[in-house]
Design a protein around this ligand. Sequence first.
Ligand SMILES: NC(=O)c1ccc[n+]([C@@H]2O[C@H](COP(=O)([O-])OP(=O)(O)OC[C@H]3O[C@@H](n4cnc5c(N)ncnc54)[C@H](O)[C@@H]3O)[C@@H](O)[C@H]2O)c1
Length: 309
Amino acid sequence: MKNITVLGAGVMGHGAAQLFAQAGKNVRMRARRESSLEKARELMTNSLKIMVEKEILTEEDMKQALSRITYTTDLHEAIQDADFVFESIPEDLDKKLETYEIIESNVSDKTVISSNTSTFPLNELTQQAKHPERFIITHFFNPPQLVPIVEIVKVGGTNENVVNTTYDLMKEIGKSPVVLKKEITGFIVNRVQVAMLREAFHLMEEGVATAEDIDIAMKGSLGFKWGFCGPMESQDLAGLQTTKAMVGNIMQELSNTREVPSFLKEMVENDQHGIRTNKGFYEYDDNGEKAIHTRDDHFLDLLKLLQQK
Ligand SMILES: NC(=O)c1ccc[n+]([C@@H]2O[C@H](COP(=O)([O-])OP(=O)(O)OC[C@H]3O[C@@H](n4cnc5c(N)ncnc54)[C@H](O)[C@@H]3O)[C@@H](O)[C@H]2O)c1
């Protein structure tokens, strides 16, 4: 797996391209507009510069990584000789299917085609594929160049070699991949996240805590622990008798709503989208630039710590 094609130069595409390049791969990045490629190149350069400042990479590593990335607006050129195609275009099924049709007609049968989809089942993505067995989902998290997990999703028809090669590639670029035993909507992390958010929203609606209180409570507890000690490990350390009692006493009191809370719907209707509109659970005056910078600065410190362990 030497030649990697990244399709889509947005939030996820540029971060993934950077990772592949850092790991020594030849990366071809494709977007429809020159301006998107320019923006991606700028974002990757900035991200690599910060890694140099934090002594995660050397100046030479950065130069080498940037020199391994080539840019094109031509899809055919982008996929030429690709060993692994990483599709990260918008979450629109028709656009993805259209793109796969072109990819499949122009690459070798050995090329692995992966999607970063957050929501589409693999069988839907491969409904028109000539070789569905070489398609796979590699679901990264934002910012992909920093967050370690990649959820790998296969179906019954996926070639096991494709699964193994993809797993090895994710390890090679420094990720912590997990292969799901079977496909399920939301995969692992977003299911657990939504279960937690349902309860957090419930606590807000019941007037138990504000959004800020919830952030303080979670950052100072599960957030603090989970980077090094996952929820299951934590239970072993606490003692499973305690876990049994806690789960038994609290589970029946939890929210089991299947509805999106009305306050959240209202926020979105009133243009409170978070940093994009400078207002969400918090207020911003710079489209979240400072918040993103602070977040990435902390994430890099954590990444460095994790890499040293
Ligand atoms: N943003 C996240 O947090 C996140 C996390 C995990 C997975 N994902 C998934 O990753 C994929 C990309 O998401 P994103 O947030 O990077 O999106 P984005 O909108 O930031 O970027 C998409 C890129 O694709 C380009 N594009 C648009 N239409 C295209 C087309 N027809 N052909 C080729 N390129 C096209 C856009 O110009 C842009 O460069 C989606 O499938 C999304 O569900 C997103």
